[in-house]
Design a protein around this ligand. Structure first.
Ligand SMILES: [Zn+2]
Length: 167
């Protein structure tokens, strides 16, 4: 892997959440466009193969670290390319950033003001199937223990998690 280039707003460092993370270098304002999640466009079918391959490899302990960003039903970005600093941003159930797509580009922007040295996080937005394959230990209040989009968390916690725990 080549060394990721320097970025004016963020830097990569060891994270208390998982592996490496991305941290604010300077004060970041609420709603600020921070960094693009760059990568190689791939079809959904190809992304499943890539995810499986990475999931089986030693470093990918769970699916959250396959570096595939789903843009639409049939189009994804493989973010495991040199220079994609944004791939180091960890998931949190109470994130300070969000991802959004603009003209088929993926960008990360802040949801609130972020202090220098604070780790950036966003909601990976996984569906329940992907989510159950990806344990979360973000430590946020309301963390359900899996990387799962906010929209699914309440239902999962109420109806699915008890079933998993009783079996
Ligand atoms: Zn969590």
């Amino acid at each position: 892997m080549s060394k990721a280039p320097a970025h004016p707003l963020v830097y990569k460092a060891k994270s208390a959440l998982h592996g490496n993370g991305l941290f604010a270098q300077v004060p970041i304002k609420k709603g600020q466009k921070i960094i693009q999640y760059i990568g190689k466009p791939v079809s959904s079918e190809e992304s499943v193969r890539i995810t499986d391959r990475r999931y089986k490899s030693a470093e990918a302990k769970n699916r959250a670290y396959a570096f595939i960003y789903q843009i639409s039903k049939d189009y994804c970005i493989d973010g495991n390319v040199p220079g994609n600093l944004a791939k180091y941003i960890n998931h949190s159930c109470d994130p300070n950033c969000e991802s959004y797509t603009y003209r088929r580009e993926v960008w990360i922007r802040s949801l609130r003001a972020i202090r220098p040295g604070e780790e950036l996080t966003f909601d990976y937005g996984f569906d329940p199937i992907e989510g159950m394959a990806s344990p979360c230990s973000c430590g946020a209040k309301g963390c359900i223990g899996y990387v799962m989009a906010k929209a699914y968390r309440a239902y999962f916690k109420k109806h699915i998690k008890p079933l998993m725990e009783s079996s």
